[in-house]
Design a protein around this ligand. Structure first.
Ligand code: SAH
Length: 279
């Protein structure tokens, strides 16, 4: 009997398609520093033959892929889409149906503003098996490396992760301002830097004090990490002065004043971390 690996490549794919599809592993790549990957993520990367990755996945993380693994960039920046979301899902389904297992790498955690939910929905509907490996979300990486204790109990009893991004061009920011302006909570805004003036204006209009401590954290956990702190009312001006650019987080709440800078910034990427550990 002819085994599938004896067939030429094109027939090979077809043979697989007749049988079981490949599987998709959705991997959270963390905020940048490769040492913040989970062991499960490293193992999945080391075993991958094919990886689809986003804009925010750091090159050090990609170094865990075997040299011969195929890499497909499907990332997008706020205004420059390289592959629309539906096309990414379609591509994964096509590859999986051709029998190819793949790793889908996303910055941070795939389920936190990462559209992992949408992709997994599409895979499930298409009958493609998948598994999900969590990653540290940017807020966690940023908090640790800058020393902001997000839920210090003297200052906050809730942590809100929200997006400060418009869905379509020119649309109003669709945010629950009264909820975001509540006292005794920490708000971390993803994708909000471009809309910072409007965000601050609305939060002040909905009752937050102009003196509320706030921070902008750019490239958290990366060698080029920067953290700028100041009162909420001055945040847009600070962002302009320091030319804060994405990827950056906005952190708002009294916990920013409780910041204690770690002795050694986590931003020092350890070159040894990029050589694959034995798992
Ligand atoms: N899934 C990702 C978030 C993707 S949305 C996660 O869990 O972290 C993209 C936004 O995440 C960026 O606009 C920025 O606000 C934030 N972000 C991602 N990585 C970051 C980093 N290293 N430093 C600061 N912000 C980051």
């Amino acid at each position: 009997m002819m085994r599938s690996r004896d067939l030429p490549p094109s027939e090979h794919a077809e043979t697989h398609a007749d049988h079981s599809p490949g599987a998709v592993t959705l991997v959270g790549a963390g905020p940048g520093d490769p040492e913040l990957l989970t062991l499960k993520a490293v193992r999945a990367l080391q075993q991958a033959k094919l990886a689809l990755y986003d804009h925010l996945v750091s090159p050090w993380v990609l170094d865990f892929l075997p040299a011969g693994a195929e890499r497909i960039y499907v990332g997008k920046q706020a205004s420059r889409h390289s592959l629309p979301q539906e096309d990414i899902a379609r591509l994964m389904i096509q590859l999986a149906r051709a029998g190819r297992s793949l790793v889908r790498l996303k910055g941070g955690d795939g389920y936190i503003f990462g559209r992992g939910g949408e992709e997994v929905q599409a895979l499930a509907e298409a009958g493609i098996p998948f598994r999900v490996i969590p990653g540290l979300t940017a807020a966690q990486g940023a908090a640790a490396s800058t020393g902001i204790p997000l839920t210090h109990r003297d200052h906050a009893c809730a942590l809100v992760l929200a997006t400060g991004h418009r869905r379509g061009n020119g649309e109003q920011l669709d945010m629950d301002w009264p909820m975001l302006a509540r006292p005794r909570q920490t708000v971390v805004l993803y994708m909000g830097v471009g809309n910072l003036p409007e965000i601050c204006r609305q939060l002040l209009a909905h009752g937050l004090s102009a003196h509320t401590p706030a921070a902008l954290i750019e490239n958290a956990t990366m060698p080029e990490e920067r953290c700028v702190t100041g009162p909420l009312a001055q945040l847009p001006e600070l962002a302009r002065q320091h030319q804060i650019r994405p990827p950056a987080l906005i952190v708002i709440g009294d916990v920013v004043a409780a910041r204690r800078q770690p002795a050694q910034p986590a931003a020092a990427i350890n070159p040894d971390a990029c050589s694959a550990p034995k798992l």
